[in-house]
Design a protein around this ligand. Structure first.
Ligand code: GLV
Length: 319
C-alpha cells in the first residue's frame, strides 16, 4: 500500500478505485486546500492526484519526499505543474487529454453563440426588470453562416470546436505548431495559416493552445488591433494567453465586437474593467464541468496514478 494524496474533492468512483489498492488521503474541505496544509499532507506520498488549482512546484515535490513517483493532474492543461522539476526528481506527471474534448468544445461553441447573438445581454436585460419588446432592431447580433472561425491551437479541442462551427456553416482556418491529419483537415475544409493571417481573416478567433512561456499574452494589444472590428475573441484555454487589460480596452474602444471568456489571467479574479462591459460574456471556468466529464477525468487520473504505483506505463503521461 502506498500513500496517495488527493488535493481536492473528486468523484467518489475515482477515490474508491484508488482506495481498493492504496492508502488514500483526500482533501474533503469545501474550499481549496491551503498551501501550508498541502505541503504538510504530501509528506510521504508516493502519488499526488492534483487539481489545476494547486501549484505543483519544486518546493511541493521536495515536501513530498524522494519516494514520490507520480503527479496525476485531473486536467488536460498542466501549467500548474513544473514538469521539468518533476522530471529532475524522477517523478512522472500525467494529465487527462481526450476525455474533456467534447465538453470543452461545447463551451467554446456556447461562448461563440452567446457573444455573437448577445445572449448574456438579453438575459441580463430581462432579469433587470427593464421594459422590453420585440423590435426590428432590438439586440441584433451577427450570424455565423459563411463566417470564418480561426482556431488557435488545432489539437483535439480545437478540432472538436471546428467540427461544431462547421455544422453552423462556418469556414475554418487554423494556426497550429503542426499540420493536422490530412483527412481531418479535408473533412473540416480547414486551412492552415499563420497567426497574422488568422487574425486578419477571422470573424471569430477561438483559443485552444496550451499555456506556457511561448503563449503568454499571445493575444495582446497588437493582435487585437489586427483583428476585424466586427470580430469576436473566445478563450476556453487558459487566461494568461490573453492580455486581459488590453482585451478590456479593445472591447471598450470597439476595436473588436465582443468576446467570450471561460478562463482568466488571475483566476478566480476577473479584471474589473471586463465586468463593466456588456460586449463580453464571462463564464466561471466551466469547460469540463459535466458530471460525465469530471468523472472520466478523475478516473483517468486514478488510472495514471495506479499504473505508475505498480510500475506500469500510465495511459496518458505528459510529454
Ligand atoms: C481544464 O481547464 C483542464 O485543463 O482540464
Amino acid at each position: 500500500m502506498s500513500r496517495v494524496v488527493v488535493t481536492g474533492r473528486i468523484p467518489d468512483a475515482a477515490i474508491e478505485k484508488l482506495r481498493a489498492e492504496h492508502d488514500v488521503d483526500a482533501w474533503q474541505g469545501p474550499e481549496s486546500i491551503g498551501r501550508e496544509e498541502l505541503l504538510r499532507r504530501v509528506a510521504g506520498a508516493e502519488a499526488i492526484v492534483s487539481l489545476l488549482t494547486e501549484r505543483i512546484d519544486a518546493e511541493l515535490l521536495d515536501a513530498a519526499g524522494p519516494q514520490l513517483k507520480v503527479v496525476a493532474n485531473v486536467a488536460v492543461g498542466y501549467d500548474n505543474i513544473d514538469v521539468p522539476a518533476c522530471t529532475e526528481r524522477g517523478v512522472v506527471a500525467t494529465n487527462t487529454p481526450g476525455v474533456l474534448t467534447d465538453a470543452t468544445a461545447d463551451i467554446a461553441l456556447s461562448l461563440i453563440l452567446m457573444a455573437t447573438r448577445r445572449l448574456g445581454e438579453g438575459e441580463r436585460l430581462i432579469r433587470s426588470g427593464q421594459a422590453w419588446k420585440w423590435g426590428m432592431f432590438f439586440l441584433l447580433g451577427s450570424g455565423l453562416q459563411g463566417k470564418t472561425l480561426g482556431v488557435v491551437g488545432m489539437g483535439g479541442i480545437g478540432q472538436a470546436t471546428a467540427r461544431r462551427a462547421k455544422a453552423f456553416g462556418m469556414e475554418i482556418v487554423y494556426q497550429s505548431r503542426s499540420e493536422i491529419d490530412s483527412e481531418i483537415a479535408a473533412e473540416l475544409g480547414a486551412q492552415r495559416v499563420d497567426l497574422d493571417e488568422l487574425l486578419a481573416v477571422s470573424d471569430v478567433v477561438s483559443l485552444h493552445c496550451p499555456y506556457g512561456p511561448a503563449t503568454h499574452h499571445l493575444i495582446g494589444a497588437e493582435q487585437l488591433a489586427a483583428m476585424k472590428s466586427s470580430a469576436y475573441l473566445v478563450n476556453t484555454a487558459r487566461g494568461p494567453i490573453v492580455d486581459e487589460a488590453a482585451l478590456a480596452s479593445a472591447l471598450r474602444e470597439g476595436q473588436i465586437a465582443g468576446a467570450g471568456l471561460d478562463v482568466y489571467e488571475n483566476e478566480p479574479t476577473v479584471h474589473p474593467a471586463l465586468l463593466e462591459l456588456d460586449n463580453v460574456v464571462l463564464l466561471p471556468h466551466l469547460g469540463s464541468a459535466t458530471v460525465e466529464t469530471r468523472t472520466a477525468m478523475a478516473m483517468l487520473a486514478a488510472e495514471n496514478a495506479l499504473a505508475l504505483l505498480s510500475g506500469e506505463r500510465p495511459p496518458t503521461p505528459i510529454g
